[in-house]
Write a protein that binds this ligand. Sequence first.
Ligand code: DI6
Ligand code: FE
Length: 411
Amino acid sequence: VTTTTWDLLVVNAAVATMDPARPGPYGLVSDAAVGVTDARIAWVGPMAEAPRGAGAARIVDAAGALVTPGLVDCHTHLVFGGDRVAEFEARLSGASYEELARRGGGIASTVAATRAAGEDDLLRAATRRAEQLLGDGVTTVEIKSGYGLDLETEVRMLAAARRVGDELPLRICTTFLGAHTVPGEYRGRPDAYVDLVCNDMLPAVAGAGLADAVDAFCERIAFSVEQVRRVFDAARRHGLPVKLHADQLSDGGGAALAASFGAQSADHLEHTSPAGVRALADAGTVAVLLPGATHTLGERARPPVAALRAAGVPIAVSTDANPGTSPLLSIRIAANLACTLLGLTPAEALAGITRTAARALGLTGRTGVVAPGEAADLVVWDAGQPAELVYWIGGRLASTVIVAGDVVRSA
Ligand code: DI6
Ligand code: FE
């Protein structure tokens, strides 16, 4: 008789594996167990089929509750100084986001506050925000720079972002977004700023191992297709994958641009054309929907969800947590809005905050699915059915959060 001993065993679970190899939209396995060894999932299946005589150092009894992969928030701007509460008030009195940006508010005001903040202050504030996500089942978070727009502050932001992963048991992916907007000191000289991004910032950030990917904002109030292409060429030279804020406020051909570089993801897409959708499908680039921004800006335009679905573009959903356009600290509210505002099904939304969000970060096979070999990032929910995670608007439903096989939060 062989005996298996796991480090951790989750029993009596309704596991929404999100494994496309299993039947049904959620890859659901009832009366299931999940065995964990060396921080990874070693076995998942019906308890009746578990290896006989299997033991475990620690057992988590889900008592029939839903278990999912740890959630993945694949697009955030959690590190920033100051706040934009006054801008929120101004917008609700009639000013538009673009108007405020042109007047030197918007991103520029956060840049000023971020340049004035020390790394420890940035870290402390970002950690408080990230804690909100972790507490409700997020185990992987992407964090962008882009509020420094000079070498020193971009480096400080990325260093703070990495350190969030020391403060909290979260997987952190960092993204260099030096090409977020043209800083005041380069007004009227955007190409000179792009030179700085490509020739100074990107090499320094890549050399220090501070970024896992490179992002840019392709928009008439930010950077042109030609300028983004230069940033992406530089990213390629440094071996970094790219992603893009594409077609958020206008159709600038961002989706096709991202696809032409084999981007991990093209994000926003409110104004993406049918040609852009086809390009994403051909490239296998993930479409990341950010309904928190649509909601906050009162945008009428919607990303072309039906076309994305018909073309087979993988769809992820994220908070876009940022002080200006999406002060949203709940990935489940993002998923709810993706359904109610954008027309995703709950199954699509749940895939979008697990498996497909992991894909948008280049983490396919590592987290986002409950399957052998993946990281043991698991959540036991105070819920019985997968769609319930998307149905409730906010609140805290996570009862046990497991990261790399460790129980890190327990209600
Ligand atoms: N698009 C967005 O929605 C955020 N960045 C971007 O490129 C907004 C950033 C901000 O307003 O602070
Ligand atoms: Fe964003």
